[in-house]
Design a protein around this ligand. Structure first.
Ligand code: CUA
Length: 348
């Protein structure tokens, strides 16, 4: 009965190892529990008190036994911990070349959007053998993205991004569930991930008409909502130049430096006062939180990610290391944002 499968066959890169570790934990813990229970029963029968005034012989201790039952379980359980920790790190860190997909969860559906603008509802088509990273947020309550065959599950929260990644290694159609009770139709918040042979995937891609890239939607919004009035791309606007901002270190008025990742950009849109760039005043309107949908925020972020430094400028390294020219001047510095280093905050 395939619909009642507790353990669907593993279908992603980490799934087989995940299963092995899971069954090892079950077997080791089961054997320990059974061993202890059996010994308790055996000892109760074999050594129970037989006469009203019976006194047991006094035992002062057994060093070998005590060291043995301390060290052996310690080694077994630390070994399991080390294996579990290393697998966990693998599961949390997407490879650098992963395809990014934005996911918006809402009552009661999944909206999935690729960077090229391809949108799907409750369905995701991915090629086999390539890592996929999902950047997820919720438009209302907490949901949870769960694909049992890939052995991945991650909560999806409003007002922040969470990520999960997987690499399907077998073509097929895999159930996608919402694994967090989110209201009346929680049980209907399901879908499918289609892992396709790369050649079929390219065919499928060619058929589907992408409706403009996500970044181009974001560019329209950037002008529609008046962002361009303050954020000039010549570096002389009253607000930070956003060119080449993504993955760049940003110095704040607090003296802290943060990396401009998706979460930082999102926060700067919905809560502009949270982190003020050094050298700038806190006067961006607070209204965008109510005006923009999660889809629009994602499109804006895609646009900001897409506007890189000017041609010929020094590229931020993909490893996230800081090129040497950064950090000499306050604010968003470096070659990608020429001239954004005004010492006095400009206020309009
Ligand atoms: Cu969404 Cu349960």
């Amino acid at each position: 009965m395939p619909s009642l499968l507790l353990f669907p066959p593993p279908a992603s890169r980490i799934a087989a190892e995940y299963d092995l570790l899971f069954w090892l934990l079950v077997i080791v813990c089961g054997l320990v529990a059974i061993g202890i229970a059996a010994f308790v029963i055996f000892a109760a029968i074999r050594y129970h008190r037989r006469r009203e005034n019976e006194l047991p012989p006094q035992i002062s201790g057994n060093m070998k036994l005590e060291i043995g039952w301390t060290v052996i379980p310690l080694l077994i359980f630390m070994g399991m911990f080390a294996w579990g920790a290393s697998l966990y790190v693998d599961m949390r860190q997407p490879p650098g070349n992963a395809t990014e997909i934005y996911v918006v969860a809402k009552q009661w559906m999944w909206k999935l959007q690729a960077l090229d603008g391809r949108r799907e509802i409750n369905e995701l088509h991915v090629p086999v053998g390539r890592p996929v990273k999902l950047i997820m947020t919720s438009q209302d309550v907490i949901h949870s993205f769960f694909v049992p065959a890939f052995r991945v599950k991650q909560d999806v929260l409003p007002n922040r991004f969470t990520t999960v990644w997987f690499q399907p290694d077998k073509p097929g159609k895999y159930h996608l569930f919402c694994a967090e009770y989110c209201g009346t139709k929680h049980s209907g918040m399901i879908g499918y991930v289609y892992a396709m042979d790369p050649r079929q995937y390219d065919l499928w891609l060619a058929q589907g008409g992408a409706e403009g890239s996500l970044a181009s939607t974001g560019e329209k919004l950037f002008h529609q909502f008046g962002c361009a009035n303050c954020h000039h791309f010549d570096g002389h606007g009253p607000c930070p130049d956003l060119k080449g901002l993504y993955r760049r270190p940003v110095l704040l008025t607090s003296g802290q430096t943060v990396t401009a990742d998706e979460s930082y950009i999102r926060e700067s849109i919905v809560d502009p006062g949270a982190k003020i760039v050094a050298g700038f005043a806190d006067f961006m309107p607070r209204t965008f939180k109510d005006q923009l949908t999660e889809d629009q925020i994602i499109a804006l972020i895609a646009y900001i990610k897409a506007i890189g430094p000017e041609p010929g400028a020094q590229q931020p390294s993909s490893t996230g290391e800081v090129p040497q020219s950064y950090g000499e001047t306050p604010g968003i510095t470096g070659s990608g944002a020429p001239g954004v280093s005004s010492d006095q905050p400009e206020v309009r």
